[in-house]
Design a protein around this ligand. Structure first.
Ligand code: ZN
Length: 192
């Protein structure tokens, strides 16, 4: 922890670099990814403060939209799309994802009931070989499932119908840094 504290202490010694951010935020992209510490959206994309609106969940799961049972995830998505007016949403899964791996293998998660219920209740079980340590195929199918879920959000549905929103499915390799994107025409993930 101490190195992180030391860095945070010196970080605020350059206020001139951030003064303009007091005026507000106008990010163009909502970036939805896993909470995994190996995935660092700003590092991957080179985004500066104010450029990426982020939603991070265990397994980059987009939960079902239910207006009667609002979730933090739905609120974040709705705010990004409706209020901030982002033009693009990226759902980015990653290799070696513990959440997707647990789902594919059917791990016993009774010791972590919140994780178990979040994973099994919020998303269909991803398809793919459990023996692949990257769980690449499973993560990629899982990302597409989340994108489909995203399309059912009323605010997303409206913007898509108006042609004012683009959705992207990405797959990030934590062990190489490579980013692959889903190509709808070939229904495959290829290098960006
Ligand atoms: Zn993950």
């Amino acid at each position: 922890m101490q190195p992180l504290i030391d860095n945070a202490r010196t970080f605020g010694q350059r206020p001139e670099e951030f003064a303009a951010l007091a005026a507000g935020q106008w990010p163009q992209v909502l970036f939805i990814t896993c909470s995994d510490s190996r995935v660092v959206p700003a590092l991957i994309t080179g985004a500066r403060p104010g450029e990426l609106f982020e939603l991070r969940t265990a397994g980059n799961i987009v939960p079902p939209y239910a207006s009667t049972l609002p979730t933090g995830e739905a609120a974040t998505i709705e705010y990004a799309v409706q209020v901030l007016g982002v033009s693009d949403v990226v759902v980015c899964g990653h290799s070696h994802c513990g959440a997707v791996g647990a789902l594919v293998r059917g791990d016993d998660l009774d010791a972590v009931p919140a994780v178990r219920d979040w994973l099994t209740g919020a998303t269909p079980r991803p398809a793919g070989p459990a023996e692949d340590p990257c769980v690449a195929e499973a993560v990629q199918s899982h990302v597409l499932a989340q994108l489909l879920r995203l399309r059912s959000y009323p605010c997303v549905e409206r913007k898509l119908a108006d042609g004012r929103l683009n959705l992207h499915a990405w797959y990030y390799e934590v062990h190489t840094g490579a980013v692959l994107a889903h190509r709808p025409r070939s229904d495959s993930f290829t290098a960006l």
